[in-house]
Ligand binder design. Structure first.
Ligand SMILES: CCCCCCCCCCCCCCCCCCCC(=O)SCCNC(=O)CCNC(=O)[C@H](O)C(C)(C)COP(=O)(O)OP(=O)(O)OC[C@H]1O[C@@H](n2cnc3c(N)ncnc32)[C@H](O)[C@@H]1OP(=O)(O)O
Ligand SMILES: Cc1cc2nc3c(=O)[nH]c(=O)nc-3n(C[C@H](O)[C@H](O)[C@H](O)COP(=O)(O)OP(=O)(O)OC[C@H]3O[C@@H](n4cnc5c(N)ncnc54)[C@H](O)[C@@H]3O)c2cc1C
Length: 651
């Protein structure tokens, strides 16, 4: 029944002001208005259609993505969209593309690491997309270990050039998005060699392809690395391989600014602010072949990663909320068992088991939203401090971005898969939207820092802090709590022993620290004024679910360390069940508050009106396999089988 809202009875049950919650979710009234307008603009434009994506071959998918990227760019220009609106457009178009890395990594790297002259030369070209950039750091042999990169950049004082070279097979650049077929330029990371001495890994702007006919420039062997997991939309991305054969670039194409902190922040009113970069100190190679070392921490060279990790945390709540929206709506539509006197069967959302799997994910989506907001603030704060040559909070900012990137992406990837299972068999259909969402999302656990490797960074930071407890250096900010933990105060002498040996346990400690951050930022959010009838109460319920679910899941740790008693554990579990009952009437409204269009959700199971079955039925007939009643191959393979002619058939 077209036009009927099958979830209306659910919406009528809700006990809070959904429109006010939409504003909390968006971050501000302004952010909501922009997001709402752009999402509808994309949804209503057939140029951004995506429902046919799963049936396209890789080549068709790739070309279709090129078309969409060009069309999106035309839309941005024709409608004079602001940067904030353009970023929203990209979000709602919902197609991984070379443009993500161009805007998300290539431009920030030049803004952060480039000198004034380099920025003046390259940024206008990049902003107008007259050049298209990628971020070529990872190699076939090394990704996590950035210091282990093998590509070399050897300075030649005779010609005032660098010679970029891939000395081994394993030094081939491998993975950069956009590199395979599209990018004209790369920020390539290479080991700098000046006067025969190695000077660490630096970034270089390298032109890859002709701006006339797109052919690779001399000395470049470049191509795509092949199909990726899931046969889905991420295959629209041309992750590439690149080998340099003594490629020469001018000296002024080494990124010579040591720090790469770009103040690109989205404050709570979600106005995208692109501030000028912060000039910290330049590390240079002079024309005489002298390397001038910067006197600021060398870690600043990792600044672009700090920035992108923070954006990935903000993005996790989007992906998780999308999956949760689909699973929640479908759980309210789906009925199994429990019919009384011929009445309707039970909605699966009413089963306590379904609630205990679904509602913690709903709570996580909100929790990640708020911790993402806070992380943006933290990033802006560390950026300001660096501007004033205050490096004191850099280790904390690194630990927070690395740890929260790891925690939120792992939980989101696992959560999307759980949502697929919560939708039973139909969740496995591409038309549920969940398989593709998972396939596109799951590499976030690996790129921009493999999640375990990042947790080891957090563990290292925590151990350093513990070893300093009791000294005059008091932990502040997110680690201030450590002085209140008696056990830590006592064990501080022993922490330097066997980091590698204890690393598996230390990674668990790092996760616990990050969970504490998520919970405490949710609580801080609730201490703010939150307008709208019943909105704050709903968020309190979700916050309690998030915290108590963690306590329940890890009750073994809490019990074995004496933090809680078995009675506490039982009480927490009782309370959790009661909280699920409180969420139940509000569940549909809580996912409506994400304000996702059916176009963005891309899911028959999650459609707003809940009219699932006719849509599933209709979609099945659109599958290319149903174009003919008798399939291709019948005469060749099926008929001979049926007629027992298989031994004589030409297979
Ligand atoms: C018109 C407008 C349109 C707008 C459209 C907008 C679209 C935008 C879309 C945006 C989307 C963004 C796109 C995302 C797509 C992502 C694609 C993926 C890209 C990539 O994957 S790029 C490659 C990323 N690679 C990595 O992350 C590598 C991971 N490895 C490392 O980070 C380091 O090597 C590692 C593991 C930290 C080890 O470093 P290393 O120095 O070798 O070893 P140490 O452990 O000794 O560390 C030394 C010291 O440094 C500290 N440290 C390390 N990292 C940092 C850091 N980042 N910041 C600060 N400090 C750091 C570390 O703690 C140590 O400190 P000590 O004090 O203990 O010495
Ligand atoms: C879809 C996608 C897009 C990407 N885009 C880009 C891009 O645009 N540009 C770019 O430069 N790169 C890109 N990458 C590469 C990405 O950044 C790397 O794959 C990532 O940093 C992980 O590095 P790795 O592959 O070397 O993993 P590895 O480090 O080899 O990890 C393998 C295993 O070893 C473990 N391990 C590694 N080191 C340690 C350690 N010290 N202690 C304990 N365990 C360890 C890890 O936990 C993991 O389980 C992309 C990758 C993907 C999947």
């Amino acid at each position: 029944m077209e036009g009927v809202d099958h979830l209306a009875h659910e919406r009528n049950k809700s006990e809070f002001d959904v429109d006010a919650m939409k504003i909390v979710w968006a971050g501000s009234p302004h952010a909501f208005v922009v997001s709402d307008r752009i999402s509808k603009l994309v949804a209503s434009d057939p140029g951004f259609r995506k429902d046919n994506r799963s049936t396209l071959s890789r080549k068709e998918l790739f070309k279709n993505t090129l078309r969409k990227a060009a069309y999106a760019w035309k839309t941005i220009i024709d409608l004079h969209l602001s940067e904030e609106e353009a970023a929203k457009l990209r979000f709602y178009v919902d197609e991984p593309a070379f443009t993500d890395v161009h805007w998300g990594m290539f431009i920030p790297a030049i803004k952060g690491q480039g000198t004034e002259e380099q920025q003046q030369k390259w940024l206008p070209l990049a902003y107008k997309m007259q050049i298209i950039g990628c971020y070529a750091q990872t190699e076939l042999g090394h990704g996590s270990n950035v210091q282990g990169l093998e590509t070399t950049a050897t300075f030649d004082p005779q010609t005032d050039e660098f010679i970029i070279h891939s000395p081994t097979l394993t030094s081939s650049k491998w993975w950069p998005g956009g590199l395979g077929k599209v990018a004209t330029h790369a920020i390539a990371y290479a080991l700098l060699i000046v006067g025969g001495r190695e000077q660490g890994v630096h970034g270089f702007i390298v032109q890859l392809r002709s701006l006339e006919d797109h052919s690779p420039l001399p000395g470049m062997t470049v191509g795509d690395i092949g199909m990726k997991f899931g046969n889905g939309a991420y295959n629209a991305m041309d992750n590439g391989v690149l080998r340099f054969d003594h490629v020469r670039i001018p000296r002024n194409q080494m990124l010579m600014r040591c720090a790469q902190y770009t103040c690109l922040c989205m404050p709570s009113d979600a106005k995208l602010i692109l501030e000028p970069c912060i000039l910290i100190r330049v590390s240079q190679v002079t024309c005489e072949g002298k390397y001038k070392q910067s006197d600021v921490p060398r870690q600043l060279v990792y600044g672009a990663m700090l920035y992108v990790r923070q954006t990935i945390v903000a993005d996790a709540s989007c992906a998780l909320s999308r999956a949760v929206c689909i699973a929640t709506r479908y759980s309210a539509v789906r009925r199994q068992f429990g019919s009384q006197n011929g009445g309707p069967e039970t909605q699966v959302i009413d089963y306590k088991t379904q609630q205990s799997r679904l509602f913690p994910l709903l709570a996580s989506a909100y929790a990640f939203r708020f911790v993402g907001e806070w992380l943006k603030w933290l990033y802006a704060d560390v950026t300001q401090r660096l501007q004033a040559n205050d490096f004191s909070t850099l280790p904390e900012a690194h630990a927070c971005t690395a740890g929260l990137k790891s925690l939120t992406t792992t939980a989101t990837a696992d959560g999307i898969e759980e949502c697929r299972k919560l939708c039973g068999g139909h969740g496995y259909l591409c038309s549920s939207g969940l398989p593709e969402l998972f396939a596109v999302y799951v590499p976030a656990c690996t790129y921009e820092g493999e999640n375990t490797v990042l947790l080891l960074q957090v563990a290292r930071f925590l151990m350093k802090t513990v070893s300093q407890l009791g000294s005059s250096k008091k932990p502040v900010g997110t680690i201030a709590y450590m002085t209140r933990v008696e056990h830590l105060m006592q064990c501080r002498c022993g922490v330097q022993r066997g980091f590698a040996e204890l690393s598996a346990d230390l990674v668990e400690a790092a996760v616990a620290h990050c969970q504490l951050l998520v919970v405490s930022k949710f609580i801080e959010k609730l201490q703010q004024e939150i307008p709208g009838k019943g909105v704050k109460q709903q968020l309190e319920v979700l916050c309690n679910i998030y915290a108590l679910f963690l306590l329940h899941k890890h009750q073994g740790d809490f019990l074995s360390t004496g933090c809680i008693t078995p009675k506490h554990a039982a009480l927490a579990n009782d309370e959790l069940r009661s909280l699920y009952s409180q969420v139940r009437p509000n569940a549909i409204a809580l996912v409506d508050a994400f304000n996702y269009t059916d176009h963005y959700l891309g899911s028959i199971l999650g459609c707003y009106d809940g009219n699932v079955y006719p849509k599933l039925y209709e979609a099945a007939w659109k599958d290319p396999l149903n174009e003919s009643v008798v399939p291709d191959g019948y005469h060749q393979y099926i008929r001979p089988l049926l007629k027992q002619e298989i031994r004589t058939a030409r297979l």
